[in-house]
Design a protein around this ligand. Structure first.
Ligand code: IDP
Ligand code: MG
Length: 189
């Protein structure tokens, strides 16, 4: 049932052609309140990649009904990390954070869907692994905020997501695609 609703919510919801960058999309439903389609940046951090958790992360977002519109593996340049974590640069843990994020490749993704920013934050769980609820990604896979890593990043606001997507992806690396006949193959949640 939930997946049916998610599929219905995604149908016909696209960024404008030629404008594949970050966007907040108005969507007009038939008779109901207008909804919005958001995009957010999700990144599996080096510990998550090394622990083979990329597939599990993708599976969780797909089963929730979100649409993958961009994905790449990369060794994050320090310049990107410096901008990504600019608000944390005065924190005592900042050097360790940059070193952790540089310790191996990350898998950066852009996911699209209704309220994807807020929902993805709920799905990844609390920043502090010890406080992350079981069932969340951090709550299932991480035990320490910094020592072994907290597995995943997700943007924490719509504005932050737009900034982060611009930072990590060229506009041409994002793909607008439409659900076709194979849409029903989304597995039930
Ligand atoms: P978030 O990742 O849940 O959005 P932020 O506060 O934005 O949390 O922090 C970014 C990242 O910085 C965290 O995911 C974690 O890797 C690291 N971090 C945050 N606070 C601490 C800390 O107190 N000690 C060590 N690392 C931290
Ligand atoms: Mg954050």
């Amino acid at each position: 049932m939930g997946s049916l609703c998610a599929r219905a919510a995604l149908r016909g919801s696209l960024c404008g052609a030629g404008a594949p960058g970050p966007c907040l999309l108005p969507r007009h439903s038939s008779g109901g309140p207008s909804q919005t389609q958001e995009r957010t940046l999700v990144a599996v951090k080096p510990d998550g990649v090394q622990r083979r958790l990329v597939g599990d992360v993708i599976r969780r977002f797909e089963r929730r009904g979100f649409k993958l519109v961009g994905m790449k593996m990369l060794q994050a340049p320090e310049s990107v990390l410096a901008q990504h974590y600019q608000d944390l640069r005065r924190e005592p843990f900042y050097p360790g954070l940059v070193s952790y994020m540089s310790s191996g490749p990350v898998v950066a993704m852009v996911w699209q869907g209704h309220n994807v920013v807020r929902t993805s934050r709920a799905m990844i769980g609390d920043t502090d692994s010890a406080a992350a609820a079981p069932g969340t990604i951090r709550g299932d896979f991480s035990i320490h905020i910094s020592r072994s890593g907290n597995v995943i990043h997700a943007s924490d606001s719509v504005e932050g997501a737009q900034r982060e997507i611009r930072l990590w992806f060229q506009s041409g690396e994002l793909v607008d695609w439409t659900d076709g006949d194979h849409h029903a193959s989304i597995p039930p949640a």
